[in-house]
Design a protein around this ligand. Structure first.
Ligand code: SF4
Length: 349
């Protein structure tokens, strides 16, 4: 794609701003430490980037701290049991990413001696690492001049160059604009500076142009259209599907649980017997006097799932699926969010 733009030379003002305003993150090396030769830990940068694709910085900080306390090195994570990692990941969603996280840790340990390769092309061959994550690790961990384009940077570029084409169609254009600005020096600081500017100054609804180091260079500010950019294509509403879950507890406190099939949404996770979100009500795992606890909604990327929860307390039962797990071996926090919502509803009955 041919990109029309006038050069902006943003790296100098944004790096000066970053030197004074960099956010503190548990995985981050500050600009002054970086200038003194300290380098970030590629394992920590990779872990934080995978987590940041899921949720907010505030939530990632807690997950990141737990993961790195439990598995300080990529080799430690590679040796972890799948179920342990899935349980720590619970609440972050997109369990396919947790499975890829483990596969990547094992590949780095097996094929690279526990050292992430300092090379964009080699990073791209690892499980779960796509172009964005490879660029972020290359720039932040290894200071390579790769172009890192997350949602924050897209917004800054769209405003800086007053790009009115809507997302996601505008992505290649925005990437080319971002690439045109990427400096050869301080690539890691520059990538993080743009992310910080987008998160704290060039915010989605209310850009703080008055304190922005790029204000004099910004076309959207000059045209008075900053808050309207980036434009987005109107999305079709999400469909709603239904399903059912059977939450049974024995009088000795044991819960009836099962490990889900390895493939698909919530694959390999702990859960309650029931149906998927396929508009079919699953038969109960055993016959008893089941009570309706209620219906809750869980929203996946492409659809809403309205799940009916049925609950029962029994003396003895011989379930056709799942197995009773003693109450001292079960932690509700080990459940993925959808299953946790069913638990929260069932214990109210
Ligand atoms: Fe964003 Fe305003 Fe700065 Fe432009 S001047 S980059 S719109 S905060």
């Amino acid at each position: 794609m041919r990109v029309q733009f006038a050069p902006k030379y943003i790296s100098q003002p944004i790096l000066a701003w970053y030197d004074a305003n960099a956010r503190i993150m548990p995985w981050r090396v500050s600009p002054s430490e970086c200038a003194a030769g300290v380098r970030p830990d590629p394992y920590q940068i990779w872990l934080s980037e995978v987590m940041l694709q899921q949720t907010t910085v505030a939530m990632v900080k807690a997950y990141f701290t737990r993961f790195t306390q439990r598995w300080p090195l990529v080799q430690d994570l590679a040796r972890a049991q799948d179920a342990e990692v899935m349980a720590e990941w619970a609440g972050l969603g997109y369990y396919a990413r947790a499975r890829n996280l483990l596969a990547c840790a094992r590949a780095v340990t097996q094929f690279y001696g526990g050292q992430f390769p300092a090379n964009h092309a080699a990073l791209l061959t690892l499980p779960g690492i796509g172009p964005y994550t490879a660029a972020a690790i290359s720039a932040i961990a290894f200071n390579l001049p790769e172009t890192v384009l997350d949602g924050n940077v897209e917004r800054v570029m769209a405003r800086l160059f007053a790009v009115t084409e809507p997302l996601p169609t505008a992505k290649p254009h925005l990437f080319a604009l971002a690439e045109s600005q990427t400096p050869q020096a301080r690539a890691g600081d520059y990538a993080q500076a743009l992310m910080d500017l987008g998160a704290t100054v060039c915010k989605p609804r209310t850009p703080s142009c008055g304190i922005c180091p790029l204000a004099v260079l910004c076309d959207a500010r000059a045209q008075g259209i900053a808050a309207d950019l980036p434009k987005k294509l109107v999305r079709a509403p999400k469909p709603t599907r239904t399903g059912s879950l059977w939450v049974a507890r024995r009088k000795d406190g044991a819960w009836l649980l099962e490990e889900r099939r390895p493939k698909g949404l919530l694959g390999g996770m702990l859960g309650w017997p029931g149906s998927d979100w396929d508009n079919v009500k699953a038969p109960p795992p055993f016959e008893t006097n089941w009570q309706k606890a209620g219906v809750f909604r869980h929203t996946f990327t492409h659809f809403h799932a309205d799940m009916e929860v049925l609950t029962a307390q029994v003396g003895q039962a011989d379930p056709k699926r799942g197995a009773f797990v003693a109450h001292n071996l079960f932690q509700p926090d080990d459940l993925p969010t959808l299953m946790r919502k069913a638990y929260d509803l069932a214990i109210l009955v």
